[in-house]
Design a protein around this ligand. Structure first.
Ligand code: FES
Length: 148
């Protein structure tokens, strides 16, 4: 299996690992395919994500995708962050082997779960903004050709 240099870099030196005390939103999702778990914390100020951290019991591809995803949403508005797809994350990493594409879904879902939690804490129904959070890769959202 060949990983790009960017994947190897984010796996070896993951950015924004940890927890945020007094986070404004926390999302935890599991990957039904492999049982791995991802937790994401966000700090939001005036609709802008001012800090984001993640923790995972996941594989290297999950670590690399989460690491780059946190960099891509840091400083962005919630609306912009919600537009981030796992496809864009995978592209930013210069690709992932097809068998590891399902791992990239964890990052997107954990981020959406954290934003949902943020909305709920504000007393706002997140559904119209975030939509359904699929608990695992459905084989469509990730564009993965693996049979789940
Ligand atoms: Fe589980 Fe990659 S094998 S997230």
């Amino acid at each position: 299996m060949i990983y790009s240099e960017k994947v190897m870099d984010h796996f070896a030196n993951p950015r924004n690992v940890g927890e945020i005390e007094n986070a404004d939103g926390i999302g935890e999702v599991g990957n039904a395919k492999c049982g791995d778990i991802m937790k994401m914390y966000i700090k939001v100020d005036n609709g802008i994500i001012t800090d984001v951290k993640f923790k995972t019991f996941g594989c290297g591809a999950a670590i690399a995708t989460s690491s780059i995803a946190t960099e891509m949403i840091m400083g962005k508005s919630i609306e912009e962050a919600l537009k981030l797809t796992n496809k864009a994350v995978v592209e930013a990493l210069d690709g992932l082997p097809p068998a590891k594409l399902h791992c990239s879904v964890l990052a997107e879902e954990a981020m959406k779960a954290a934003i949902s939690d943020y909305y709920k804490r504000q007393g706002i129904d997140p559904a119209p903004f975030v939509g359904e959070i699929t608990p695992h890769c459905d084989g469509e959202t990730c564009g993965c050709d693996v049979n789940h």
